[in-house]
Design a protein around this ligand. Structure first.
Ligand code: ACO
Length: 316
């Protein structure tokens, strides 16, 4: 991280999240699928997830999360000068989900979607930080929102047990004097077919390959970013990984000798909400006072592509 007097400081000044009200437990799934609460919770760490009504679209989830984040940042929609929505489940091919969010919020800001599956939020945060550092924008609303329930084959136990719907958002602001943000983005040379969904679904996945990729890339990106910034574990308040499977995180933590309590986990409650998983976890960590203003957090995303991204950023 650059010095405390860095003129290009970028911080997160507000976080928010929203999940729909309809709860789907492992036991509910086991009633219609050849699976069990025990299998799902032991293999993934998931106990339940929330599923949106048919009439609730990704943009609706995003607006709820964005409103929460703006409120906490004490900004109104007119103050926002750019909106970026990371999603793989847009409401329409066009207009973008971000344009719908903009309209529903009552903003005139430019707005666009970014598609990088479960890495989408970190990609969006990285690009938005760089746009702020360039001086082009000052107050950016970065949202991760997904409604995977609409692209799921509910008869496929390989995937149906994993995902949930939701949205998380942050307000990203220029703040001279704050630390600069830092990110690394990347992808694998191969593996685009490892986890795939046509626009209308259903998802198909080679679970074991994705699992192995998750463990390897999490270790590799955390090692790289800590090395580049000369960060020790003590410098980092919390690591917020994409919530894909608690065992992926446990394996990587074990390999790196990092205690599990350095990682924030909430997969038990929400399942894998794809682009929403990191901002939901971030907002919950703030709400639970696990992190506060001034803290350095590391956000680590990985998923379809196979893509990955890690972002180091300070809370404002
Ligand atoms: N319920 C009960 N049994 C099941 C289920 C289920 N839902 N799914 C598979 N099984 C069975 C299999 O048939 C197999 O049975 P067998 O031994 O008789 O052949 C056994 O359980 C083991 O199956 P595996 O697929 O080897 O199980 P694994 O331990 O690998 O767990 C899982 C599967 C949970 C999918 C794991 O591989 C995983 O989490 N992978 C990563 C998935 C992921 O993170 N995807 C999202 C990425 S993010 C994004 O970009 C969208």
């Amino acid at each position: 991280m650059q010095s405390a007097l860095n003129p290009n400081g970028v911080t997160i000044t507000g976080t928010g999240f929203y999940v729909p009200t309809s709860l789907l437990t492992n036991l509910d799934l086991a009633a219609s699928l050849d699976t069990s609460d025990e299998w799902i919770s032991q293999r993934t760490g998931i106990r339940q997830r929330y599923i949106a009504e048919t009439s609730t679209e990704t943009s609706d989830l995003a607006v709820m999360a964005a409103t929460d984040a703006l409120h906490r940042a004490q900004l109104s929609p007119e103050d926002v000068d750019l909106i970026v929505v990371a999603t793989s489940t847009p409401d329409y091919a066009f207009p973008s989900t971000a344009m719908l969010v903009k309209q529903k919020l009552g903003s005139r800001a430019p707005a666009f979607d970014l598609s990088a599956a479960c890495s989408g939020f970190v990609y969006a945060l990285s690009i938005s930080s760089d746009l702020i550092k360039s001086g082009a924008y000052h107050n950016v609303l970065v949202i991760g929102a997904d409604k995977f329930s609409k692209i799921m084959d509910w008869q496929d136990r390989n995937t149906a047990v994993l995902f949930g719907d939701g949205a998380g958002a942050v307000v990203l602001q220029s703040r001279p004097g704050a630390s600069s943000s830092f990110s690394l983005l990347g992808s694998e040379e191969r593996g685009a077919d490892t986890l795939i969904s046509p626009v209308t679904g259903p998802i198909t996945m080679h679970g074991r390959e994705v699992f192995k990729f998750g463990v390897r890339i999490l270790e590799s990106m955390l090692t790289k970013v800590m090395g580049e910034l000369e960060l020790s574990l003590e410098d980092i308040a919390l690591i917020i990984p994409h919530q894909a499977n608690v065992r992926i995180i446990e394996h990587a933590a074990d390999k790196m000798n990092i205690p599990m309590d350095k990682f924030f986990m909430n997969i038990e409650t929400y399942g894998n909400t794809s682009a929403a998983s990191i901002p939901i976890a971030l907002a919950e960590a703030v709400e639970q006072q696990r992190i506060q203003a001034g803290d350095i957090v590391v956000l680590a995303g990985f998923g379809a592509g196979l893509a990955w991204g890690v972002q180091v950023i300070q809370l404002g």
